[in-house]
Design a protein around this ligand. Sequence first.
Ligand code: ATR
Length: 282
Amino acid sequence: MKDLFDFEIPRQRFAVVGHPVAHSKSPQIHQAFAEQCGLKIGYDAIQLDRGGFIQGIRNLQAGGFKGLNVTLPFKEEARAVSDELSDRARIAGAVNTILFADDGTVFGDNTDGAGLVFDIQDNMGIKLTGRRLLLVGAGGAARGAVQPLLETGLAALSITNRTAERARRLAVDFQQIGSVQALAIEQVGGQRFDVVVNATSAGLSGQVPELPNTIFSDGAIAYDMLYSNHPTPFMLWARSCGVSHAADGLGMLVEQAAESFFLWNNVRPKTDSVIQSLRSGS
Ligand code: ATR
């Protein structure tokens, strides 16, 4: 039997778009947020063809969707299709959240970096101010994290990458915003870091970025932006280096979703119960 509410309250429609997207946890996360906030929403996972992104976005806008999450490989195209960008999306060069305004404007935001910072500071309870942080990787995931990390007041932000030149370019791009230092892998060995964030995609193929095992300071944390039902290769490697506090990116996923939810619905949901239920597989 249909719930009377289905007829009385207009449902706002949202979706995550990507390729592939079938295994996305976003529908589950956003429905949990909506329930918590007493909202009725529709949230789908929609696979768009590579090469069909812009038409797909236009169709969803015409179809009355209010907002979209954008995942790989479309985050840069989403920036290009946006009429207006938040500062953090412009600086990251990528959009993971779209809001279709009532006047037809496509507004692009990027909540990934904020999600990372929320997870480390609020969920793990590690204040980043005054810490020395090493960001490993120089692709889109790393780029999106730099500005939100700088805003926390780190003592030092260093970036290293398998291809040193990409790390150097990333650091140069951010030099107006804060102090970012690019280090070749060989230079990393002589230093110690309080937080090491893996923003590479190495774990997708079961690999760990090559790093010296001496980079962690006492009590350091290791954070992998990837997440998995099992400890990731990077987490296992960090533990083998003596790190007791290693985390994957599940919390970041939920926190970036909460930031998107806030943009669309003007209310920021609580995340801890959602993280817990995803972690327990329920
Ligand atoms: P994303 O948008 O997920 O960041 P990307 O732009 O393709 O994806 O970047 C992938 C990052 O992971 C890069 O920093 C890449 O290093 P290179 O610039 O040298 O290619 C890094 N990466 C991928 N596989 C890796 C591996 N096996 N070891 C170390 N770094 C790896």
